[in-house]
Write a protein that binds this ligand. Structure first.
Ligand code: AAO
Length: 688
């Protein structure tokens, strides 16, 4: 969960700041980093300089680099996607230059994500002695891939590229060795090229062989899976491994900006069928699509300022982990990159050179800080639109953006921004100097009511945020949630001020490992109140699980991906400590934790024991169920159902999925074990 990880820096969510009410603090060092750039075909030495001069100071999280391994000798950019060896030797530089880049970027606070071409080797004979790979390390299908056939997608050669047998232990180890070599040089993450063509389980197996980074965290991975409706292999299959590309984002904003109305993008982060935000890698376009597969995507070739506005929207909008595409100008799609780099003889387009340098455009580069400074309020607030192509929205008082995509006319309007009073730099128009606290462009005044007047020309934008305030960094007073007691490191906690659930329930499915959480019926388990939060502790390490929070089955969140030891705070995943929890190693009182279950010895030999219940008195409210109730899970010699909350008393009927039922029974805690026809202490069922 890289984004969660990226967003986990202290900043506003330090418990001590919750009650903060003065206006000005200096907190710049703790602002999270939430966006990255693809420096397509850049030289390693140029990337190193760029990290030091620009990306580090601007708050970029990382750079995706072109594939660094040795590839076929061909001027076209795509030759880099045809590996012949795993040696660090490419036209971007050699191993020493690679190592130097990684070190210098890391020192500048910028991670390196390596584009890992591991689905295949080059399209030539099946012998790569340098790895070594030989014929038996490849699949045998050389047909053109029929994308409606899962087997072909994952076993045949992609555009003739020799398809590696990633189910083989030998191949997996060779790939992991290559990636671990990169990790040993300081690489922090990987893009998995053509991930759709590798079964998700094979990627998981390779991932399990990877070393941890110097800081003890696992490397970040995101997988290139082009979502297409109707295809059997879908992006959602890959979320357990890490991030996944969400192409719907680029396609949707592209067509809205080019041919539609951008006010339709208001609730994009709630659209169903898209990846959960913390798994989605989003972009305006990518290196393939800008060359012709773009459909409606925006590219640097678009007339006017639309490509820039697409980036402003992406970086302002709370969905996904954004990647900025930054390549070079081309006429034909095969064109080779310029031979000299931005810092080694050539230059950015705006300086008369051949490199596009999208990430350096003021409105793009400065919006990275906007995203970083607003990350703590992961939601759209203060939305305004004119019913068409002019929109404005806030980020919970930490930032406000105005986009005028119309083709004529200036948008002049006084907006309710939700921001604290002050003077802010319009970072689309000017650069903010954080030392001198000055703005080289327009200044926007927010009054005591949070209102501010903006005047934005057509195909233009304006943006302000608390990190670019002429009075210093302003953190609005926040009355935030407080936990009441420590939790164990496995707990999952929840608080959402705007949702306002009165009885939060946690529904979950597909836990990994499966044994960590017993299956539940909708709406799942009641969460236990802990101060302003509600928590549920599976009491086991869960590396990933799908969850939905609901108000006891009524209004609910979208499908979310979680792990144990996390906290869903106002729409974004945080660590437990970022929600203000202290952790305890103390097990819950064993008696107390056991008294959440009702167990049954199944004396009747039901093939499918079910528990129906009513009149439940428990610490947290328990939802009613329809006959025949809920399935019980085998637990030792008994069948049990866990209510997830401390039970006092309840009425139950056990049945065989509705038939052969017992009489109406009344149970009183701690006698929650129905054994040999009578209620006994729960421990008798559990310890059998
Ligand atoms: C080169 C030559 C080939 C030659 C080959 C072997 O160009 O003519 O046969 O060498 O000698 C890059 C270039 C390739 C190049 C290759 C190797 O793009 O032209 O081949 O290096 O040098 C599929 C994959 C996806 C892949 C994409 C290009 O699923 O993973 O094809 N992208 C990555 C890289 C890419 C790279 C490779 C993989 C290979 O990003 O740069 O190739 O390492 C549908 C499917 C997609 C499929 C596309 C294209 O997508 O769903 O899975 O992607 O078609 O075939 C709408 C539709 C959507 C459709 C999309 C098309 O959005 O909804 O269904 O349009 O973009």
């Amino acid at each position: 969960m890289k984004i969660t990880h990226k967003l986990s820096a202290g900043f506003i969510f330090c418990a001590g700041l919750w009650a903060y009410s003065a206006a000005v603090v200096q907190a710049a060092a703790e602002v999270p980093k939430t966006a990255f750039v693809h420096l397509f075909e850049w030289h390693w030495s140029d990337i190193a300089t760029e990290c030091e001069d620009f990306l580090g100071p601007k708050g970029f999280a990382a750079v995706q680099i072109s594939p660094p391994q040795k590839s076929i000798d061909n001027a076209a950019w795509w030759s880099r996607y045809q590996p012949v060896s795993y040696q660090f030797d490419s036209r971007s530089g050699n191993r020493e230059q690679f190592k130097d880049m990684v070190q210098r970027c890391n020192a500048a606070g910028v991670s390196i994500y390596l584009d890992a071409v591991i689905n295949h080797m080059a399209a030539w004979n099946r012998s790569f002695p340098d790895v070594p790979y030989s014929t038996e390390d490849f699949h045998n299908c050389r047909d053109n891939i029929d994308y409606s056939n899962r087997w072909q997608v994952q076993n045949c050669d992609l555009v003739g590229l020799n398809d590696l047998k990633t189910e083989s232990e030998y191949v997996r180890q060779k790939i992991a060795d290559y990636m671990n070599d990169a990790i040993s040089m300081g690489v922090a993450g990987f893009r998995i090229d053509a991930a759709k063509h590798i079964p998700a389980t094979d990627i998981a197996a390779i991932k399990s062989k990877l070393h941890t980074l110097a800081d003890g965290n696992p490397p970040y991975i995101f997988q290139e899976v082009i979502g297409a409706s109707g295809e059997p292999v879908q992006p959602s299959e890959y979320t357990d491994n890490g991030g996944v590309t969400e192409f719907n984002f680029a396609r949707t904003i592209g067509s809205a900006f080019k041919n539609g109305k951008i006010n339709t993008l208001k609730s994009l982060n709630q659209w169903s069928g898209w990846l959960p935000s913390d798994k989605a890698v989003v972009f305006v376009t990518n290196h393939d699509d800008e060359r012709g597969n773009a459909g409606n995507e925006l590219t640097y070739k678009d007339q006017g300022n639309l490509y820039m506005l697409g980036h402003v929207f992406m970086l302002a909008y709370p969905y996904g982990y954004p990647k900025i595409m930054s390549g070079y100008k081309f006429n034909s799609s095969d064109d080779a990159p310029p031979s000299a780099g931005v810092h080694s003889g050539n230059a950015c387009d705006f300086n008369g050179g051949d490199w596009v340098c999208t990430h350096e455009w003021r409105g793009v580069g400065n919006m990275v800080a906007f995203r970083n400074y607003t990350a703590a309020q992961w939601k759209v607030t203060n939305w305004w639109d004119n019913g068409s192509n002019q929109i404005a929205f806030g980020r919970g008082g930490l930032g406000f953006v105005v986009i005028n995509r119309a083709d004529s006319g200036t948008l002049t309007h006084t907006f309710s921004t939700g921001m604290p009073e002050g003077d802010y730099c319009n970072i689309i128009d000017g650069d903010f100097d954080s030392t001198a606290k000055t703005c080289s462009g327009e200044t926007i005044h927010v009054d005591g009511q949070g209102n501010a007047q903006f005047s934005v020309g057509y195909q233009g934008a304006a943006a302000i945020h608390v990190g670019a305030s002429l009075g210093g960094i302003v953190i609005p007073p926040v009355t935030g949630p407080e936990p009441e007691k420590a939790v164990r490191s496995t707990a999952m906690c929840y608080y959402d001020q705007s949702a306002g659930f009165t009885t939060p329930y946690l529904y979950y499915w597909k836990p990994v490992p499966a044994s960590a959480m017993s299956s539940v019926a909708w709406p799942g388990v009641a969460m236990e109140k802990n101060g302003d939060f509600y928590c549920y502790d599976p009491a086991a390490e869960v590396t990933s699980v799908n969850v939905i929070f609901s108000d006891q089955g009524a209004s609910q969140t979208e499908d979310l991906s979680a792990s144990s030891g996390s906290c869903y705070l106002n729409g974004a995943w945080k660590s437990l400590s970022d929600c203000g929890f202290s952790l305890t190693d103390e097990p819950d009182d064993p008696q107390a934790s056991e008294n959440t279950r009702v167990c049954y010895d199944n004396a009747q030999n039901f093939s499918s024991p079910y528990l129906y219940f009513w009149n439940v008195a428990a610490a947290s409210a328990v939802n009613t169920v329809a006959w025949p109730g809920v399935a019980m899970s085998a637990d030792g010699n008994s069948y049990c159902y866990d209510f997830g909350t401390e039970l006092s008393s309840l009425n139950v009927i056990f049945s065989d999925n509705g038939s052969g039922q017992t009489a109406d029974l009344s149970a009183f805690s701690p006698d929650l074990c129905y054994l040999n026809g009578s209620w006994q202490d729960l421990s008798l069922c559990i310890n059998q």
